[in-house]
Design a protein around this ligand. Structure first.
Ligand code: PEP
Ligand code: MN
Length: 462
């Protein structure tokens, strides 16, 4: 980008975050390398187009009104090594299958967002990690350092931001190819299920796929137009944690002359970095993407209202999403006051539930894990709270993978503490595997079909 463009961005306030406190940032040891990389990143093509972000904003606004439901899914932390065609395809397939279950099961359009193509930076509760008496800097995500437990691997390396950009670009390319190129055609719903071993979630999915086939054939016989079934839109998202990277990928939209974060369509600020006067909130307040803010059990109504005032001063529907991550044991106590205050203040917001991050614990055998039933309990609580207040439960954010990992306990295959060791691969938080993701979708479809205004199709008929 030219100096002029950087001047326009600065004039639009996108550098103002630099005078604020930025938590969870690496200390780059080589500042010349940092300068070189960020300069390069200001020149590369944007990963997303501002117009796409606008489309998503309007869709999120619809979800906020209860006219659609949002599904955000993907890894806690993507890794460069796992950005392979197979793994990306499996993840996309999982999200699409969940979306089909929700769409058909609850007669609701589903807005699909991958926690993909950029989810490479992680906030950590401790700066260091100790193993067998050796203490090293914590792994902060592939965009910063390597998870290998050696002193060299843990040194923050700015060159990794360029790798993150390129791996994001190739991931996004595949996301676009699969969703636009025929793979996501609704007439292939059966094909997405092939290759998986028999189990209750897949059998139920197969049953639903048959119903959908029948409905599609009926529509065809009745002269229906199938163009809408051929492609789907799958947006990208990640936590906008690493500000050097986000700032370098900020662009002025040629149509509107407004700044957009062009690393992903949807960006969010995490529970640990959402301070009102902090650098992350400042940065996000300046870009025009749809954005999210995580809210944990200690968040107050006044805080949420102040955040909305800063992040969405014009109260534009779809601009701001609050992602509640309370914990199953707290959601019914902590969420009502928050939702009520926000509602009473007239704040336009789309509410999502993240049932993952308030429900993590260490198993007896020493794995960081979550229990499937607890996750479902938090989602249920989220729907109950909104039903009681007459507000809209707008969507679900889950950490998932398309592979058969064993990281979350429970589900119909009953992964127990011993079972976790079979295939525990996550670098940070435990993810639903493919089958658990589908099970979650069926259960959430039941909750969603009871949501006010949704036409309910009893699931036993599907
Ligand atoms: C996450 O989404 O992986 C995360 C760190 O969440 P939170 O900010 O809610 O803790
Ligand atoms: Mn996580």
């Amino acid at each position: 980008m030219t100096g002029d463009a950087q001047g326009a961005l600065a004039a639009a306030g996108v550098d103002d975050f630099r005078s604020k406190t930025a938590l969870q940032q690496p200390t780059w040891p080589d500042s010349a390398a940092l300068e070189r990389v960020t300069e390069r990143l200001t020149q590369v093509p944007p990963l997303v187009f501002a117009g796409e972000a606008d489309v998503l904003r309007d869709q999120l606004a619809a979800a906020g009104r209860g006219e659609a439901f949002v599904l955000v899914g993907g890894d806690c932390a993507e890794t460069f090594a796992e950005a392979t065609a197979d793994r990306i395809r499996n993840k996309i397939k999982t999200i699409l299958q969940m979306a089909v279950v929700l769409t058909y099961g609850a007669s609701t359009p589903v807005i699909k967002i991958g926690r993909m193509a950029g989810q490479y930076a992680k906030p950590r509760s401790a700066d260091d990690e100790t193993r067998d008496g050796q203490t090293l800097p914590a792994y902060r995500g592939d965009i910063i350092n390597s998870s290998a437990f050696t002193p060299e691997a843990r040194i923050p390396n700015p060159e990794r931001m360029l790798d993150a950009y390129h791996v994001s670009a190739s991931t996004l390319n595949l996301m676009r190819a699969f969703t636009q190129g025929g793979f996501a055609d609704l007439r292939r719903v059966h094909a997405w299920n092939r290759g998986f071993t028999a189990n209750p979630a897949y059998a139920r999915y197969e049953q639903m796929a048959m119903e959908i086939d029948r409905a599609v054939r009926f529509m065809g016989a009745a002269g229906g137009d199938f163009d809408a079934l051929k492609t789907v839109q799958l947006f990208s998202s990640h936590e906008a944690l690493l500000l050097d990277y986000e700032r370098a990928l900020t662009r002025i939209d040629s149509r509107s002359d407004l700044p957009y974060g062009c690393s992903a369509h949807f960006l969010w600020v995490g529970e640990r970095t959402r301070q009102l006067d902090g650098a992350h909130v400042e940065y996000l307040s300046r870009v025009h993407n749809p954005i999210g803010a995580k809210l944990g059990p200690t968040a107050t109504g006044a805080e949420a209202i102040a955040l909305a005032g800063k992040l969405n001063p014009d109260n534009i529907p779809g601009r701001l999403t609050f992602v509640a991550r309370m914990g199953a044991d707290k959601v019914r106590d902590a969420l009502p006051a928050l939702v009520e205050s926000v509602r009473d203040a007239g704040v336009e917001v789309t509410w999502l539930t993240d049932p993952m991050h308030g429900n993590t614990f260490t198993s007896v055998s020493g794995y960081k894990t979550r229990k499937f039933d607890t996750l479902l309990d938090e989602v249920t609580g989220f729907f109950e709270v909104h039903a009681a207040l007459g507000t809209i439960p707008g969507g679900l954010l889950v950490e998932l993978t398309g592979d058969d990992v064993t990281e979350v306990m429970g589900g119909t295959e009953e992964i127990d503490d011993e079972g976790l060791a079979r295939r525990y691969e996550t670098k940070v938080d435990p993810r639903l595997n493919h089958q658990q993701s589908l099970e979650m979708a069926f259960l959430v479809a039941e909750l969603l079909s009871q949501r006010d205004g949704n036409q309910s199709i009893p699931l036993e008929l599907l």
